[in-house]
Design a protein around this ligand. Sequence first.
Ligand code: FEH
Ligand code: ZN
Ligand code: ZN
Length: 346
Amino acid sequence: MRALRLTAWGEAPASAEVERPVPHGTEVLVRVEAAGLCRSDLHVIDGAPGALPYRLPFTLGHEVAGQVTALGPAADGVSAGDRVVLYGPWGCGSCARCAAGADNYCDRRNTLAWHGAGLGRDGGMAEYVLVPSAGQLVPIGDLPADQAAPLSDAGLTSYHAVAGLRHALGEDTTAVVIGVGGLGHLAVQALRATTASRVLAVDVREDALALADRSGADFSTLMRPDTARVLRARSGGVGADAVFDFVGAPQTLELATGVLRSGGELAVVGSGGGSLTVSKPGVLPAGFRLSLPFWGTRHELAAVVALARSGALHVETERFPLSAAAEAIDRLRGGRVRGRTVLVPD
Ligand code: FEH
Ligand code: ZN
Ligand code: ZN
């Protein structure tokens, strides 16, 4: 089968012909219908030798949807023909967090040579992908694959970030979303679907603001020197109860802390190289709380799929054939994609 393989650190992945896996024990084989491309894939591809614990070579692709085609003799919970999305974080499988379906916060995460499918283990930028058990699969019914695949990372990561701050987002509150790309536009939708807050969106590109508006933002604006003032005015003058920074750059962290209400909460999701100095006395608002949410839980993925199937979540995607992965990677690297990039085996 064709697969996009990472074979050397710092070198571009290449398409290769590899054996189609055969499921054993509890394993399940999925025929891939779509695989999302994520900024984390760029971090993996660009990783210096030794920077990541992964053993080469492996197939990329940690945002995958498809159809069950074969099961190991001890596999249960799914049947051949079921359409599914992969729960991407694969932990140790035996700690308290993994047992609770929170592999994203596996207690042994720092001892593993992988983080999941396409992250040290063979992933779904291929014709088929093998998962350890049916526990890593969530049914998607008739949801189109290019809608379902991005839910497993962009959708789940955004939903998990919102879920962590939902307690602060009741009536007459304000949520600010910084960065309206593959994750940010789904965060806007998750906020509209699961909280009572007004949603304000910020980006540096006009087309991203249009995406924010289509996703249900109450207000969207380009990032400018006075954006904190503009957003505070839109929050009734008190500032944002919650800010979601999907960029995580120095400039966006500065905006985030400048727009936060006293007692406000900041979730930093993007890995844009920014940092915060937390000190007392200091410039951060009183009662400031910070979280660094990572991916999400298996149960949250089922909730995200249910929201998508209800019509509350719609992923804006740009599709590429798997054979054009290099072009898709180049477009993502250059910020020339709208919404989420999805590769489809051809
Ligand atoms: C996955 C593995 C490591 C770092 C970041 C990620 C994210 O793409 C998961 O949402
Ligand atoms: Zn990712
Ligand atoms: Zn674990």
